[in-house]
Write a protein that binds this ligand. Structure first.
Ligand code: FAD
Length: 489
């Protein structure tokens, strides 16, 4: 399917940014507008030399190595729906059912995460009571959650503050924080409750006790399905999913489909400004001075870039100082016969209080069978979080040495890896600090007033997970198409 030859009445949609949000926005904008008889011209402008943004799979010698995200929550529909629409549903792959165990480091030792945790919160009393992660006084403090009254205010608060109030410091510092804040490489005491886990507040309101609320299913997240009906049979029974040739499959298929359907995808096309056009719509100007008109624009650049990108929208400055964590990944590949440890689990997370260099370690080839060829083992270590960016001053050799030291001491692997790969992701993890959702609402309202036809979406706004980004891209596309239809005579 190709769109009609561009004519005077052809609506022009420009998408800025070629990460998963921008590609999804372009895909849905083209489909929806075409479906509604608009025959649009869709152009995607990506500033770097490649599409995919944070999504980046390296395929080498039978290994499938993720340098950015490695999987997504199976219960979130938007990514499953998109996979189906792109015809790659059969490439979905599940967690290895044999490796259910995950560990948390405490006092230099790996402890199994007690069964029954929902979003880092204990919901089953017996495994929690017998776990050695928390002291008796910590467990008694957590039990107060059953009787403490619910807070009545609607105001945002920090995720850490909320959890400390309900469950006490130990559960936060040794269990919930390392599991939840890892998603953001953030500091729970600064992250916004309402922008990260609003369902915790809802559970408290409804059940008073967070533990009871989550146990009764109040942990569902936005875009989440309650059952597994949305999943193809081969992808059921796994909390997380990936693609057997890596997450880049999603990017490649989006790119191919968009090109086949007539969209223009340009790389090395960095946008400098988006300003109101003389005849309505917007004028998009690239860094090299080229400019083009659009009837609707979807911006998926990170929020701090909006101050410069949207000079006519003063509210963009609300995000000028939005913090981002910088992280690095180190992937280590081994010959199985050189290892003396079984790696019988998915890996472990490291609480801040442990003072280690790595923040988490995934036993990738145990967790995901598609990632390493027979006889090989792959592990991935995460480095850096808000408040600990030591790695940025280190060269690759020093970084690798520090990671290998932690791996030797914590996992017992002192063999030399066959290969190692370091990925540096500067300012890659947006931090939704307290009040974030108010800022998002203020920006959206200002865009409607001052830049009608311009829509903002992406990881910096309403969810960092891949399904959330796809959902935001789709929503922005729907708004852009509705705007175009309303503007037609
Ligand atoms: P990006 O991928 O950042 O894309 C934005 C694009 O816009 C970039 O390509 C950029 O070059 C371009 N751009 C910026 N400014 C301009 C401009 N002025 N002009 C033109 N182009 C511009 N999520 C999960 O669901 N599961 C995981 O396992 C997971 N793990 C992660 C691990 C790491 C290390 C990181 C960093 C993130 C992880 N995430 C994970 C989160 C997820 O990968 C990201 O939130 C998501 O990929 C972001 O997509 P995006 O399109 O919004 O932004």
């Amino acid at each position: 399917m190709t769109h009609a030859k561009e004519g005077a009445g052809t609506p022009r949609i420009i998408v800025i940014g070629g990460g998963i949000t921008g590609l999804s926005a372009a895909f849905y904008a083209l489909r929806l507008a075409t479906h509604r008889g608009l025959a649009p011209k869709v152009t995607l402008l990506e500033g770097s030399g490649r599409l995919g943004g944070k999504v980046q799979t390296m395929r080498r010698d039978g290994f499938v190595i993720e340098r950015g995200p490695d999987s997504f929550l199976a219960r979130k529909r938007p990514i499953i729906d998109l996979s189906r629409e792109l015809g790659i549903e059969d490439e979905l792959t599940t967690l290895n059912p044999a490796t259910k165990k995950t560990y948390i480091l405490r006092g230099g030792k790996l402890h199994r995460i007690p069964p029954g945790l929902v979003l880092g919160v204990p919901t089953e009393w017996k495994p929690f009571v017998t776990s050695r992660l928390i002291s008796t006084s910590g467990k008694l403090r957590a039990a107060l959650d059953w009787v403490l009254p619910a807070k009545q205010s609607d105001a945002d608060e920090s995720l850490g503050g909320f959890l400390r109030r309900r469950l006490g410091d130990q559960v936060v510092d040794f269990v919930a924080e390392p599991l939840l804040s890892g998603i953001y490489a953030g500091d729970a005491d600064r992250l916004s409750l309402m922008a990260t886990f609003p369902q915790f507040r809802a559970a408290e309101r409804k059940y008073r006790s967070l533990m009871i609320g989550l146990r009764r299913g109040a942990g569902a997240t936005r875009g989440g399905a309650s059952g597994e009906e949305h999943l193809p049979p081969h992808a059921r029974g796994s909390a997380f999913l990936s693609f057997r040739r890596g997450l880049t499959s999603l990017i490649e298929r989006l790119e191919d489909t968009l090109r086949a359907e007539g969209a223009v995808l340009r790389t090395d096309a960095s946008v400098r400004t988006v300003r109101p056009g003389p005849n309505g719509g917007a004028v998009v100007t690239l860094e090299d001075g080229e400019s083009m008109e659009a009837d609707a624009v979807v911006v998926t650049a990170p929020p701090p870039a909006l101050t410069r990108l949207l000079p006519d929208v003063s509210e963009a400055a609300l995000f000028a100082d939005m913090p981002y964590a910088s992280v690095a990944n180190v992937v280590l590949g081994y010959r199985r016969e050189t290892l003396r440890v079984p790696l019988d689990g998915a890996g472990f997370v490291v609480p801040r209080t442990e003072g280690r260099f790595i923040t988490a370690c995934t036993w990738t080839s145990s967790k995901w069978l598609h990632t390493a060829p027979e006889g090989r083992v792959l592990i991935r270590c995460y480095v850096g979080r808000i408040g600990d960016e030591r790695w940025r001053t280190m060269d690759d050799e020093a970084l690798l040495a520090a990671v290998k030291r932690d791996v030797a001491e914590l996992v017992g692997i002192d063999a030399e890896p066959e290969f190692a790969d370091v990925t540096r992701l500067e300012r890659s993890m947006p931090q939704y600090e307290v009040g974030h959702m108010d800022r998002v609402r203020a920006l959206r309202e200002a865009l409607m007033q001052k830049a009608p036809g311009v829509f903002a979406a992406g990881a910096g706004f309403e969810g960092v997970g891949l399904p959330d980004c796809i959902q935001q891209g789709k929503q922005a596309a729907e708004q852009a198409v509705a705007f175009l239809r309303a503007a037609r005579p």
